[in-house]
Ligand binder design. Structure first.
Ligand SMILES: Cc1cc2nc3c(=O)[nH]c(=O)nc-3n(C[C@H](O)[C@H](O)[C@H](O)COP(=O)(O)OP(=O)(O)OC[C@H]3O[C@@H](n4cnc5c(N)ncnc54)[C@H](O)[C@@H]3O)c2cc1C
Ligand SMILES: NC(=O)c1ccc[n+]([C@@H]2O[C@H](COP(=O)([O-])OP(=O)(O)OC[C@H]3O[C@@H](n4cnc5c(N)ncnc54)[C@H](O)[C@@H]3O)[C@@H](O)[C@H]2O)c1
Length: 525
């Protein structure tokens, strides 16, 4: 199954290529009992230590293990020892999201938001004497570390309470029913690969001088000047964090706009807002090299346009953050030797049940490189737990997966972009609005909000919703329910707004902004 082509609702994978209508047929087929056998028993052998052995205790691994155990399976999971920065030897129960992804990133976003709030407060009559408001990076990092330790322990307790055996160490496949952890072998009826991914570094001179998101969450001090390479989720989120915390931020990406795969209007609006918020955007550039200056700071060289384009130096940088994608953690895992097929990026190839070519081996989460989001890894882990432990072959449902980018301002989406919807449905009605949020009328902030509804003209179903602005994530989660349930525009219009709020705009946009119509086929001459 080509989920990259089929999935909808998420920018990266779904909107790059046009999703096809089959996906909705597949949605209806969720949790059906098909010919796919649920759990696997090797011929002539029943002597297993566990029903399920999971490699990796991140989002997908913990969820799959915990639910399989709750359904009565005997489960073990192995995970690398804890550290804040991941490596070949370090990880920690909780995985990327909890220890070096969603959670610490969102804590940093909260830290950064205060800067904006202090500024806004003056417009509302507050006086903040010069120098009275200071941010201690050290105290923040300490508090963040404490919270991550708490969460790491909480996840261990969750596994323990679910009666999942936790084994610390690096797992490796020996054969379709055997996992080796630091020299000790375990036999399992089923094996779940949930090893996630890690930040990839560009192969340019000076790459070793750069940091990735792991280190960005663990810096000794907030950089005064930083270059961020990439225009994806991580690049724009960290640009917003460091920008609000006072750094001069240069965000460098190859495309004309950041956030490839998102709705075109959203990308344009977001780029304008990032500039208004103070980021220095460098579109259409390719990083060439990074060198250490005599004073210890860094110089980044970028090239404009193609290989013949002129080069530009960004000097006096405290840090260069590579946010140029993540690669699956599959090297040295023994997957190919066990017969598991890998894709070109090293991702584990699975079918619609998250099962690999080897019937006893399953894989979920970032390692299968479908949609790299925690809630998706959780959904896949639950599906595998049901398939294995309840003998109910279950498919994850990728339609209308909402997502948010915690940049400044925030972005959230569900369903199709206008570009993808036009390919799928042909004729669309587009409703959009842009306005200055009430708070910013006197806060002094130049930031505006953008909202957009994509409607299939024929059925009048809302097939995509997009927002750039404060609280976009919180607002979009609720509307995702409506999109997933197939709400029409008229049904949405029938909902009474909550006033005064930004969210009410989504139920009060009554006039079509644009009609997108499929071009008529040229008449035969
Ligand atoms: C900076 C950042 C911010 C993010 N923000 C968000 C967000 O806001 N919202 C969102 O939905 N998603 C976000 N993500 C993505 C999200 O973190 C991932 O999609 C999610 O963690 C994937 O879960 P997983 O179970 O596939 O892998 P992981 O959570 O990466 O877990 C894999 C685990 O396997 C362990 N492991 C690896 N190899 C082995 C081995 N051989 N033996 C034993 N253990 C092993 C690792 O140590 C790790 O703990 C973010 C990611 C990053 C990097
Ligand atoms: N809020 C969230 O939900 C959230 C936050 C962070 C990360 N994530 C997940 O983690 C994944 C990884 O995040 P990411 O931002 O690293 O990846 P990404 O795929 O979103 O962005 C990678 C960026 O690097 C650029 N790039 C890739 N190769 C390059 C090269 N050779 N030279 C120059 N630029 C190059 C790409 O063009 C793109 O702009 C995301 O896809 C997302 O699914 C989600």
């Amino acid at each position: 199954m080509n989920v990259a082509k089929l999935t909808t609702g998420l920018p990266r994978q779904c909107f790059r290529t046009a999703p096809c209508r089959i996906v909705r047929g597949m949605v209806a087929a969720r949790s059906v009992t098909t010919g796919a056998a649920a759990s696997s028993t090797p011929s002539g052998s029943g002597d297993f230590d566990f029903d399920l052995f999971t490699i990796g205790a991140g989002s997908g691994g913990v969820r799959g293990s915990r639910f399989a155990a709750s359904y009565g399976a005997k489960v073990a999971v192995c995970e690398l020892p804890f550290d804040y920065v991941s490596s070949e030897r370090a990880g920690g129960v909780g995985g990327t999201c909890v220890l070096r992804g969603c959670v610490p990133k969102k804590l940093m976003v909260y830290a950064a938001q205060y800067a904006e709030e202090f500024k806004a407060a003056e417009g509302f009559g507050w006086t903040l004497p010069a120098g009275a408001v200071q941010h201690s990076w050290t105290s923040f990092i300490e508090a963040k570390r404490k919270e991550l330790q708490r969460l790491n322990n909480a996840y261990k307790n969750t596994l323990n309470n679910a009666k999942v055996t936790l084994i610390e160490g690096r797992g490796r496949l020996v054969d379709p029913h055997t996992v080796e952890v630091d020299g000790r072998r375990y036999r399992a009826r089923n094996i779940l690969i949930a090893v996630g991914g890690r930040a990839s570094r560009l192969d340019i001179p000076g790459a070793e001088l750069c940091i990735t998101s792991d280190e960005a969450l663990e810096l000794q001090e907030c950089p005064k000047k930083i270059a961020v390479l990439g225009g994806g989720y991580i690049a724009v989120e960290f640009s917003g964090i460091f920008g609000r915390l006072g750094a001069e931020v240069h965000t460098c990406y190859r495309q004309p706009l950041p956030l490839r795969g998102f709705d075109g209007e959203v990308r344009k609006f977001a780029a304008d807002q990032y500039t208004a918020a103070g980021l220095h955007l460098h579109p259409g550039v390719t990083p060439v090299k990074v060198v250490r200056q005599d004073d210890g700071r860094l110089t980044l060289t970028v090239q404009h346009g193609g290989p013949t384009g002129h080069t530009e130096e960004l000097r006096d940088l405290d840090q260069v953050l590579m946010a140029t994608g993540r690669v699956p953690n599959t090297s040295g895992l023994g997957l190919s030797e066990a017969g598991v097929a890998l894709g070109p990026r090293g991702q584990v190839r699975v079918d619609e049940f998250c099962r690999t070519a080897v019937p006893s081996i399953w894989a979920v989460g970032d390692v299968i490189d479908r949609i790299q989001l925690t809630p998706v890894a959780l959904m896949e882990g639950m599906a595998v737990a049901k398939s294995i432990a309840l003998n109910q072959p279950s498919q994850p449902d990728y339609w209308a997966v909402p997502s948010a980018v915690f940049s400044h301002p925030e972005i959230a989406s569900v369903g199709y972009t206008e570009e993808a919807a036009a390919e799928v449905y042909g004729d669309l009605d587009i409703y959009s609005t842009s306005f200055r949020p009430m708070k910013n009328t006197i806060s002094g902030s130049p930031l505006r909000t953008f909202m957009k509804i994509v409607v299939d003209a024929a059925s009048q179903k809302v097939v995509g919703m997009h927002m750039v602005g404060a609280e976009a994530a919180e607002i979009m989660q609720g509307f995702a329910v409506a999109v997933k349930l197939g709400a029409t525009k008229a049904q949405m219009d029938s909902v009474v707004g909550i006033h005064p709020s930004a969210a009410e705009e989504f139920v009060t946009m009554r006039s079509v902004t644009r009609k997108v119509r499929k071009p008529e086929p040229a008449a035969a001459s």
